[in-house]
Design a protein around this ligand. Structure first.
Ligand code: UD1
Ligand code: MG
Length: 464
Protein backbone atom coordinates (compact mmCIF):
# COMPACT_ATOMS: atom_id res chain seq x y z
CA UNK A 1 0.00 0.00 0.00
CA UNK A 2 1.31 3.40 -0.96
CA UNK A 3 2.31 6.08 1.52
CA UNK A 4 2.19 9.68 0.36
CA UNK A 5 3.14 12.66 2.48
CA UNK A 6 1.72 16.13 1.97
CA UNK A 7 3.56 19.04 3.57
CA UNK A 8 1.73 22.35 3.71
CA UNK A 9 4.10 25.24 3.16
CA UNK A 10 2.21 27.86 1.16
CA UNK A 11 1.36 30.26 3.98
CA UNK A 12 2.87 33.69 4.27
CA UNK A 13 3.94 33.91 7.88
CA UNK A 14 2.89 37.52 8.28
CA UNK A 15 3.98 37.66 11.92
CA UNK A 16 7.59 36.89 11.00
CA UNK A 17 7.66 40.37 9.40
CA UNK A 18 10.25 39.09 6.97
CA UNK A 19 10.81 39.07 3.22
CA UNK A 20 11.94 35.45 3.55
CA UNK A 21 9.18 32.83 3.23
CA UNK A 22 8.38 31.55 6.72
CA UNK A 23 9.32 27.91 6.09
CA UNK A 24 12.82 29.00 5.02
CA UNK A 25 13.67 30.55 8.36
CA UNK A 26 16.38 28.55 10.04
CA UNK A 27 16.37 26.41 13.12
CA UNK A 28 19.75 24.97 14.11
CA UNK A 29 21.15 25.93 10.72
CA UNK A 30 18.50 24.23 8.59
CA UNK A 31 15.27 25.65 7.24
CA UNK A 32 12.05 24.73 9.03
CA UNK A 33 10.84 22.96 5.91
CA UNK A 34 14.10 21.02 5.53
CA UNK A 35 13.67 19.69 9.08
CA UNK A 36 10.22 18.38 8.16
CA UNK A 37 11.51 16.94 4.87
CA UNK A 38 14.38 15.19 6.64
CA UNK A 39 11.96 13.52 9.04
CA UNK A 40 9.53 12.73 6.22
CA UNK A 41 12.36 11.10 4.25
CA UNK A 42 12.78 8.46 6.94
CA UNK A 43 9.18 7.25 6.61
CA UNK A 44 9.58 5.41 3.31
CA UNK A 45 7.02 7.47 1.40
CA UNK A 46 6.36 6.88 -2.28
CA UNK A 47 5.87 10.56 -2.78
CA UNK A 48 6.41 13.69 -0.73
CA UNK A 49 4.27 16.51 -2.06
CA UNK A 50 5.11 19.95 -0.73
CA UNK A 51 2.54 22.67 -1.29
CA UNK A 52 4.12 26.03 -1.97
CA UNK A 53 2.63 29.47 -2.50
CA UNK A 54 4.27 32.48 -0.91
CA UNK A 55 7.85 32.68 -2.17
CA UNK A 56 7.34 29.43 -4.09
CA UNK A 57 10.38 29.83 -6.36
CA UNK A 58 12.68 30.43 -3.42
CA UNK A 59 11.17 27.64 -1.34
CA UNK A 60 11.36 25.11 -4.16
CA UNK A 61 14.99 25.87 -4.91
CA UNK A 62 16.07 25.82 -1.26
CA UNK A 63 15.04 22.37 -0.06
CA UNK A 64 15.54 18.79 -1.18
CA UNK A 65 14.44 15.25 -0.35
CA UNK A 66 14.06 11.95 -2.24
CA UNK A 67 10.75 11.58 -4.14
CA UNK A 68 9.94 15.23 -3.52
CA UNK A 69 7.45 17.04 -5.74
CA UNK A 70 6.02 20.52 -5.48
CA UNK A 71 2.50 21.70 -6.11
CA UNK A 72 1.61 25.36 -6.10
CA UNK A 73 -1.38 26.80 -4.35
CA UNK A 74 -2.26 30.24 -5.70
CA UNK A 75 -4.06 31.92 -4.06
CA UNK A 76 -4.10 30.33 -0.60
CA UNK A 77 -7.69 29.61 0.30
CA UNK A 78 -7.11 27.49 3.37
CA UNK A 79 -5.62 24.20 4.49
CA UNK A 80 -8.34 22.14 2.78
CA UNK A 81 -7.74 24.01 -0.47
CA UNK A 82 -4.01 23.35 -0.03
CA UNK A 83 -4.45 19.59 0.18
CA UNK A 84 -6.90 19.70 -2.75
CA UNK A 85 -4.00 20.90 -4.92
CA UNK A 86 -2.00 17.81 -4.00
CA UNK A 87 -4.87 15.34 -4.45
CA UNK A 88 -4.17 14.44 -8.12
CA UNK A 89 -0.66 13.27 -7.12
CA UNK A 90 -1.81 10.97 -4.31
CA UNK A 91 -2.13 7.18 -4.80
CA UNK A 92 -5.74 6.03 -4.28
CA UNK A 93 -4.73 2.73 -2.73
CA UNK A 94 -2.87 4.08 0.24
CA UNK A 95 -2.44 6.40 3.13
CA UNK A 96 -1.72 10.11 3.10
CA UNK A 97 0.16 11.72 5.96
CA UNK A 98 -0.28 15.47 6.29
CA UNK A 99 2.47 17.52 7.92
CA UNK A 100 3.17 21.24 8.29
CA UNK A 101 6.19 23.02 6.88
CA UNK A 102 6.31 25.33 9.89
CA UNK A 103 6.22 22.61 12.56
CA UNK A 104 9.83 21.49 12.34
CA UNK A 105 10.42 19.17 15.27
CA UNK A 106 7.87 16.45 14.62
CA UNK A 107 9.52 13.11 15.39
CA UNK A 108 9.55 10.23 12.93
CA UNK A 109 8.26 7.88 15.66
CA UNK A 110 5.20 10.09 16.21
CA UNK A 111 4.51 10.26 12.47
CA UNK A 112 4.85 6.48 12.24
CA UNK A 113 2.43 5.99 15.11
CA UNK A 114 -0.05 8.24 13.30
CA UNK A 115 0.26 6.18 10.12
CA UNK A 116 -0.18 2.95 12.11
CA UNK A 117 -3.31 4.29 13.80
CA UNK A 118 -4.74 5.12 10.41
CA UNK A 119 -4.23 1.46 9.57
CA UNK A 120 -5.27 2.05 5.98
CA UNK A 121 -8.92 2.76 6.85
CA UNK A 122 -9.28 5.17 9.78
CA UNK A 123 -8.81 8.91 10.02
CA UNK A 124 -6.00 9.44 12.52
CA UNK A 125 -5.50 12.86 14.08
CA UNK A 126 -2.49 14.02 16.06
CA UNK A 127 -3.88 15.90 19.03
CA UNK A 128 -2.56 17.26 22.30
CA UNK A 129 -3.95 18.88 25.43
CA UNK A 130 -2.58 22.37 25.98
CA UNK A 131 -2.71 24.61 29.03
CA UNK A 132 -3.51 27.46 26.64
CA UNK A 133 -5.43 26.09 23.65
CA UNK A 134 -6.45 29.46 22.23
CA UNK A 135 -6.02 29.89 18.49
CA UNK A 136 -6.09 26.16 17.78
CA UNK A 137 -8.77 23.96 16.32
CA UNK A 138 -10.57 22.15 19.20
CA UNK A 139 -11.25 18.43 19.13
CA UNK A 140 -14.92 17.83 19.79
CA UNK A 141 -15.77 14.58 21.47
CA UNK A 142 -18.79 12.99 23.04
CA UNK A 143 -22.38 14.15 22.63
CA UNK A 144 -23.33 16.88 20.15
CA UNK A 145 -23.69 19.52 22.88
CA UNK A 146 -20.05 18.92 23.73
CA UNK A 147 -20.94 18.22 27.34
CA UNK A 148 -18.49 15.36 27.80
CA UNK A 149 -16.11 16.92 25.32
CA UNK A 150 -13.04 16.55 27.48
CA UNK A 151 -13.90 13.17 28.88
CA UNK A 152 -12.58 10.89 26.20
CA UNK A 153 -15.73 10.38 24.18
CA UNK A 154 -15.51 9.61 20.49
CA UNK A 155 -14.15 12.31 18.20
CA UNK A 156 -17.02 14.05 16.41
CA UNK A 157 -15.21 16.84 14.66
CA UNK A 158 -12.85 19.79 14.90
CA UNK A 159 -14.00 23.34 15.31
CA UNK A 160 -11.64 26.21 14.55
CA UNK A 161 -11.07 28.72 17.32
CA UNK A 162 -12.76 31.52 15.41
CA UNK A 163 -15.85 29.41 14.79
CA UNK A 164 -16.04 27.92 18.28
CA UNK A 165 -18.67 28.70 20.89
CA UNK A 166 -17.53 29.77 24.37
CA UNK A 167 -18.21 26.23 25.63
CA UNK A 168 -16.20 24.70 22.78
CA UNK A 169 -13.34 27.09 23.50
CA UNK A 170 -13.06 25.54 26.93
CA UNK A 171 -11.92 22.29 25.31
CA UNK A 172 -8.19 21.91 25.85
CA UNK A 173 -7.55 19.07 23.38
CA UNK A 174 -6.37 20.67 20.14
CA UNK A 175 -5.62 19.47 16.65
CA UNK A 176 -1.90 19.84 15.90
CA UNK A 177 -2.34 20.20 12.15
CA UNK A 178 -1.09 16.66 11.41
CA UNK A 179 -3.18 13.69 10.37
CA UNK A 180 -3.09 10.42 8.43
CA UNK A 181 -6.01 9.44 6.21
CA UNK A 182 -6.99 6.71 3.77
CA UNK A 183 -6.24 8.47 0.49
CA UNK A 184 -9.33 7.51 -1.55
CA UNK A 185 -11.69 8.62 1.23
CA UNK A 186 -9.62 11.79 1.76
CA UNK A 187 -10.09 12.76 -1.87
CA UNK A 188 -13.84 12.29 -1.53
CA UNK A 189 -14.00 14.51 1.55
CA UNK A 190 -11.79 17.20 0.03
CA UNK A 191 -14.14 17.43 -2.95
CA UNK A 192 -17.04 18.21 -0.59
CA UNK A 193 -15.39 21.03 1.41
CA UNK A 194 -17.02 24.45 1.51
CA UNK A 195 -15.77 27.77 2.83
CA UNK A 196 -18.85 28.71 4.84
CA UNK A 197 -17.13 29.63 8.09
CA UNK A 198 -15.77 32.54 10.09
CA UNK A 199 -12.65 32.91 7.92
CA UNK A 200 -14.17 32.11 4.51
CA UNK A 201 -11.51 29.41 4.08
CA UNK A 202 -11.61 25.78 3.01
CA UNK A 203 -10.78 24.07 6.30
CA UNK A 204 -9.07 20.71 6.09
CA UNK A 205 -10.40 20.09 9.57
CA UNK A 206 -13.98 19.89 8.22
CA UNK A 207 -13.20 16.41 6.85
CA UNK A 208 -13.36 15.04 10.40
CA UNK A 209 -17.11 15.51 10.69
CA UNK A 210 -17.48 14.08 7.17
CA UNK A 211 -15.57 10.95 8.19
CA UNK A 212 -17.82 10.55 11.24
CA UNK A 213 -20.91 10.94 9.02
CA UNK A 214 -19.52 8.32 6.60
CA UNK A 215 -18.98 5.89 9.47
CA UNK A 216 -15.20 6.01 9.13
CA UNK A 217 -13.57 5.62 12.55
CA UNK A 218 -11.72 8.71 13.75
CA UNK A 219 -8.87 8.08 16.18
CA UNK A 220 -6.47 10.41 17.96
CA UNK A 221 -2.83 9.83 18.82
CA UNK A 222 -0.53 12.10 20.78
CA UNK A 223 3.06 13.25 20.43
CA UNK A 224 5.68 12.28 23.02
CA UNK A 225 6.30 15.93 23.80
CA UNK A 226 4.69 19.29 23.13
CA UNK A 227 7.86 20.50 21.40
CA UNK A 228 7.13 18.18 18.48
CA UNK A 229 3.95 19.98 17.54
CA UNK A 230 4.87 23.60 18.17
CA UNK A 231 4.66 25.75 15.07
CA UNK A 232 6.67 28.81 14.19
CA UNK A 233 4.69 31.98 13.57
CA UNK A 234 6.91 34.67 15.06
CA UNK A 235 10.59 35.36 15.78
CA UNK A 236 9.90 34.70 19.44
CA UNK A 237 8.45 31.25 18.75
CA UNK A 238 11.37 30.48 16.45
CA UNK A 239 13.85 31.38 19.19
CA UNK A 240 11.93 29.31 21.73
CA UNK A 241 12.01 26.22 19.48
CA UNK A 242 15.70 26.79 18.75
CA UNK A 243 16.49 26.68 22.50
CA UNK A 244 14.35 23.58 23.01
CA UNK A 245 16.09 21.84 20.11
CA UNK A 246 19.55 22.88 21.31
CA UNK A 247 18.76 21.65 24.80
CA UNK A 248 17.75 18.25 23.42
CA UNK A 249 20.94 17.98 21.38
CA UNK A 250 23.05 19.06 24.35
CA UNK A 251 21.40 16.48 26.60
CA UNK A 252 22.06 13.62 24.21
CA UNK A 253 25.71 14.65 23.75
CA UNK A 254 26.16 14.92 27.52
CA UNK A 255 24.61 11.48 27.94
CA UNK A 256 27.36 10.24 25.65
CA UNK A 257 29.96 11.84 27.92
CA UNK A 258 30.54 15.32 26.51
CA UNK A 259 31.25 17.85 29.26
CA UNK A 260 29.48 21.09 28.41
CA UNK A 261 30.17 24.03 30.71
CA UNK A 262 26.61 25.21 30.14
CA UNK A 263 24.08 23.43 27.90
CA UNK A 264 22.10 26.67 27.68
CA UNK A 265 25.05 28.34 26.01
CA UNK A 266 25.77 25.75 23.35
CA UNK A 267 24.70 25.77 19.70
CA UNK A 268 25.00 22.89 17.29
CA UNK A 269 23.88 23.58 13.73
CA UNK A 270 24.81 20.28 12.15
CA UNK A 271 26.60 17.22 13.43
CA UNK A 272 29.07 17.01 16.31
CA UNK A 273 30.93 13.78 16.93
CA UNK A 274 32.90 13.63 20.18
CA UNK A 275 35.29 11.03 21.56
CA UNK A 276 35.67 10.61 25.32
CA UNK A 277 36.66 13.37 27.72
CA UNK A 278 35.88 16.31 25.49
CA UNK A 279 35.20 19.62 27.23
CA UNK A 280 33.45 22.59 25.67
CA UNK A 281 33.31 25.93 27.43
CA UNK A 282 30.45 28.42 27.11
CA UNK A 283 29.15 30.16 23.97
CA UNK A 284 30.59 27.88 21.31
CA UNK A 285 28.89 27.34 17.96
CA UNK A 286 29.38 24.18 15.88
CA UNK A 287 28.26 24.07 12.26
CA UNK A 288 28.33 21.51 9.47
CA UNK A 289 30.23 18.41 10.60
CA UNK A 290 32.73 18.72 13.41
CA UNK A 291 34.64 15.87 15.00
CA UNK A 292 36.49 16.23 18.30
CA UNK A 293 39.02 13.59 19.34
CA UNK A 294 39.63 12.25 22.82
CA UNK A 295 40.40 14.87 25.44
CA UNK A 296 39.92 17.86 23.12
CA UNK A 297 39.18 21.10 24.93
CA UNK A 298 37.35 23.99 23.28
CA UNK A 299 37.60 27.37 25.02
CA UNK A 300 34.82 29.88 25.39
CA UNK A 301 33.37 31.74 22.40
CA UNK A 302 34.74 29.58 19.60
CA UNK A 303 33.01 28.96 16.26
CA UNK A 304 33.88 25.71 14.46
CA UNK A 305 32.50 24.65 11.10
CA UNK A 306 33.45 21.57 9.06
CA UNK A 307 36.54 20.68 11.02
CA UNK A 308 38.27 17.65 12.52
CA UNK A 309 40.19 18.23 15.75
CA UNK A 310 42.42 15.34 16.80
CA UNK A 311 42.96 13.95 20.29
CA UNK A 312 44.40 16.19 22.95
CA UNK A 313 44.26 19.38 20.89
CA UNK A 314 43.25 22.57 22.65
CA UNK A 315 41.32 25.34 20.96
CA UNK A 316 41.66 28.46 23.07
CA UNK A 317 38.90 31.08 23.44
CA UNK A 318 37.62 33.25 20.59
CA UNK A 319 38.99 31.06 17.82
CA UNK A 320 37.18 30.89 14.48
CA UNK A 321 37.60 27.73 12.42
CA UNK A 322 35.73 27.46 9.13
CA UNK A 323 36.54 24.55 6.81
CA UNK A 324 33.80 25.55 4.33
CA UNK A 325 33.84 22.71 1.76
CA UNK A 326 37.55 21.80 2.01
CA UNK A 327 37.59 21.24 5.76
CA UNK A 328 40.13 22.07 8.44
CA UNK A 329 42.27 19.54 10.30
CA UNK A 330 43.96 20.14 13.62
CA UNK A 331 46.49 17.49 14.65
CA UNK A 332 46.84 15.68 17.95
CA UNK A 333 48.10 17.81 20.79
CA UNK A 334 48.01 21.02 18.75
CA UNK A 335 47.20 24.36 20.39
CA UNK A 336 45.19 26.99 18.52
CA UNK A 337 44.27 30.49 19.64
CA UNK A 338 43.18 32.50 21.49
CA UNK A 339 41.90 34.70 18.65
CA UNK A 340 43.13 32.46 15.83
CA UNK A 341 41.49 31.97 12.46
CA UNK A 342 41.72 28.71 10.51
CA UNK A 343 40.26 28.78 7.02
CA UNK A 344 39.52 26.10 4.39
CA UNK A 345 42.39 23.70 3.75
CA UNK A 346 44.26 24.53 6.94
CA UNK A 347 45.88 21.22 7.88
CA UNK A 348 47.83 21.35 11.13
CA UNK A 349 50.01 18.41 12.15
CA UNK A 350 50.66 17.10 15.65
CA UNK A 351 51.80 19.58 18.28
CA UNK A 352 51.45 22.58 15.96
CA UNK A 353 50.93 25.90 17.73
CA UNK A 354 48.87 28.68 16.19
CA UNK A 355 48.63 31.75 18.37
CA UNK A 356 46.68 34.98 18.60
CA UNK A 357 45.74 36.85 15.44
CA UNK A 358 47.22 34.19 13.18
CA UNK A 359 45.30 33.27 10.00
CA UNK A 360 45.95 30.00 8.16
CA UNK A 361 44.37 29.16 4.80
CA UNK A 362 45.02 26.25 2.42
CA UNK A 363 48.30 25.43 4.17
CA UNK A 364 49.88 22.36 5.66
CA UNK A 365 51.94 22.68 8.82
CA UNK A 366 54.05 19.67 9.78
CA UNK A 367 54.58 18.36 13.30
CA UNK A 368 55.72 20.92 15.84
CA UNK A 369 55.59 23.98 13.56
CA UNK A 370 54.70 27.23 15.32
CA UNK A 371 53.21 30.57 14.29
CA UNK A 372 52.45 32.21 17.56
CA UNK A 373 51.62 35.84 16.85
CA UNK A 374 50.03 38.12 14.25
CA UNK A 375 50.82 36.14 11.09
CA UNK A 376 49.34 34.93 7.80
CA UNK A 377 50.03 31.61 6.12
CA UNK A 378 48.18 31.13 2.82
CA UNK A 379 48.93 28.44 0.20
CA UNK A 380 52.00 27.34 2.15
CA UNK A 381 53.67 24.05 2.95
CA UNK A 382 55.45 24.35 6.27
CA UNK A 383 57.97 21.78 7.50
CA UNK A 384 58.48 20.25 10.93
CA UNK A 385 59.56 22.47 13.80
CA UNK A 386 59.42 25.68 11.74
CA UNK A 387 59.19 28.83 13.80
CA UNK A 388 57.26 31.47 11.90
CA UNK A 389 57.85 34.91 13.39
CA UNK A 390 55.41 37.51 14.57
CA UNK A 391 54.00 39.70 11.84
CA UNK A 392 55.24 37.54 8.95
CA UNK A 393 53.05 36.85 5.96
CA UNK A 394 52.98 34.90 2.75
CA UNK A 395 52.23 37.18 -0.19
CA UNK A 396 50.42 34.40 -2.04
CA UNK A 397 48.25 36.40 -4.42
CA UNK A 398 49.64 38.50 -7.26
CA UNK A 399 46.27 40.01 -8.11
CA UNK A 400 45.44 37.31 -10.63
CA UNK A 401 46.78 33.97 -9.38
CA UNK A 402 47.66 32.26 -6.11
CA UNK A 403 51.16 30.87 -5.64
CA UNK A 404 52.68 28.49 -3.09
CA UNK A 405 55.28 29.11 -0.46
CA UNK A 406 57.35 26.10 0.58
CA UNK A 407 59.13 26.31 3.92
CA UNK A 408 61.51 23.44 4.71
CA UNK A 409 61.95 21.81 8.09
CA UNK A 410 63.59 23.66 10.99
CA UNK A 411 63.34 26.99 9.18
CA UNK A 412 63.28 30.10 11.35
CA UNK A 413 61.39 33.00 9.82
CA UNK A 414 62.11 36.21 11.75
CA UNK A 415 59.50 38.78 12.62
CA UNK A 416 57.76 40.92 10.04
CA UNK A 417 58.90 39.06 6.92
CA UNK A 418 57.07 39.02 3.57
CA UNK A 419 57.47 35.77 1.63
CA UNK A 420 56.57 36.63 -1.96
CA UNK A 421 55.27 33.43 -3.58
CA UNK A 422 56.19 31.34 -5.43
CA UNK A 423 59.20 30.93 -3.18
CA UNK A 424 61.01 28.15 -1.35
CA UNK A 425 62.97 28.36 1.90
CA UNK A 426 65.43 25.45 2.21
CA UNK A 427 65.66 23.21 5.29
CA UNK A 428 67.19 24.94 8.28
CA UNK A 429 67.24 28.37 6.63
CA UNK A 430 67.03 31.47 8.80
CA UNK A 431 65.31 34.57 7.46
CA UNK A 432 66.31 37.85 9.08
CA UNK A 433 63.57 39.95 10.57
CA UNK A 434 61.98 42.49 8.28
CA UNK A 435 63.04 40.70 5.07
CA UNK A 436 61.03 40.73 1.88
CA UNK A 437 61.94 37.38 0.31
CA UNK A 438 61.20 37.14 -3.41
CA UNK A 439 63.88 34.59 -4.37
CA UNK A 440 64.48 31.11 -2.97
CA UNK A 441 66.53 31.04 0.23
CA UNK A 442 69.19 28.32 0.49
CA UNK A 443 69.14 25.65 3.19
CA UNK A 444 71.09 26.21 6.36
CA UNK A 445 72.01 29.86 5.71
CA UNK A 446 70.94 33.24 7.01
CA UNK A 447 69.15 35.21 4.32
CA UNK A 448 68.44 38.87 4.93
CA UNK A 449 66.70 41.10 2.41
CA UNK A 450 66.30 44.56 3.83
CA UNK A 451 67.97 47.95 3.62
CA UNK A 452 71.18 48.23 5.65
CA UNK A 453 70.84 50.28 8.83
CA UNK A 454 72.76 53.56 8.68
CA UNK A 455 73.35 56.25 11.29
CA UNK A 456 74.39 59.74 10.19
CA UNK A 457 76.85 61.43 12.55
CA UNK A 458 76.42 65.20 12.82
CA UNK A 459 72.86 65.12 11.46
CA UNK A 460 70.63 67.69 13.10
CA UNK A 461 66.89 67.89 13.22
CA UNK A 462 65.29 70.68 11.22
CA UNK A 463 64.13 73.55 13.47
CA UNK A 464 60.83 75.46 13.23
C1 UD1 B 1 -4.61 24.90 11.51
C2 UD1 B 1 -5.80 24.01 11.79
C3 UD1 B 1 -6.09 24.03 13.28
C4 UD1 B 1 -4.89 23.59 14.06
C5 UD1 B 1 -3.68 24.42 13.70
C6 UD1 B 1 -2.46 23.83 14.31
C7 UD1 B 1 -7.15 24.20 9.78
C8 UD1 B 1 -8.35 24.81 9.19
N1 UD1 B 1 -6.92 24.52 11.05
O1 UD1 B 1 -4.99 26.22 11.84
O2 UD1 B 1 -7.18 23.19 13.55
O3 UD1 B 1 -5.15 23.66 15.43
O4 UD1 B 1 -3.48 24.45 12.28
O5 UD1 B 1 -1.37 24.67 14.10
O6 UD1 B 1 -6.48 23.42 9.15
N2 UD1 B 1 -1.34 26.68 4.58
C9 UD1 B 1 -1.26 26.54 3.22
N3 UD1 B 1 -2.22 27.06 2.44
C10 UD1 B 1 -3.27 27.74 2.94
C11 UD1 B 1 -3.38 27.90 4.33
C12 UD1 B 1 -2.38 27.35 5.14
O7 UD1 B 1 -0.32 25.93 2.73
O8 UD1 B 1 -4.11 28.17 2.16
C13 UD1 B 1 -0.31 26.12 5.43
C14 UD1 B 1 0.41 27.13 6.28
O9 UD1 B 1 1.55 27.61 5.61
C15 UD1 B 1 0.78 26.31 7.50
C16 UD1 B 1 -0.33 25.29 7.61
O10 UD1 B 1 -0.93 25.23 6.33
O11 UD1 B 1 1.99 25.62 7.31
C17 UD1 B 1 -1.36 25.66 8.65
O12 UD1 B 1 -1.96 26.87 8.30
P1 UD1 B 1 -2.36 27.96 9.36
O13 UD1 B 1 -2.90 29.14 8.67
O14 UD1 B 1 -1.25 28.16 10.33
O15 UD1 B 1 -3.57 27.21 10.07
P2 UD1 B 1 -4.18 27.55 11.47
O16 UD1 B 1 -5.16 28.63 11.31
O17 UD1 B 1 -3.11 27.75 12.46
MG1 MG C 1 -0.92 28.03 12.34
Amino acid sequence: MALDIVIMAAGKGTRMKSARPKVLHRLAGRSLLQHVLQTASTLGADRIVTITGHGADEVESSVSAPNLQFVRQMPQLGTGHAVQQAAPLLHDDGTTLILNGDVPLIEAATARALIESCDGGKLALLTIRLADPSGYGRVLRGDPAGRDANEGGRVRGIVEHKDATPVQRMVDEVYTGMMAAPTAALKGWLARLTNENAQGEFYLTDIVAMAVADGVPVVATHPASETEVLGVNSPSQLADLERRFQRTQAESLMEAGLRLADPARFDLRGELVCANDVEIDVNCVFEGRVTLGEGVRIGANCVLRNAAIAAGAVIHPFTHIDGETLGVKVGAGAAVGPFARLRPGADLGEQVHIGNFVEVKNSTLAKGAKANHLAYLGDATVGERVNYGAGSITANYDGANKHRTVIGRDVHVGSNCVLVAPVTLGDGATIGAGSTISKDAPAGQLTVARAKQVSLPGWTRPKK
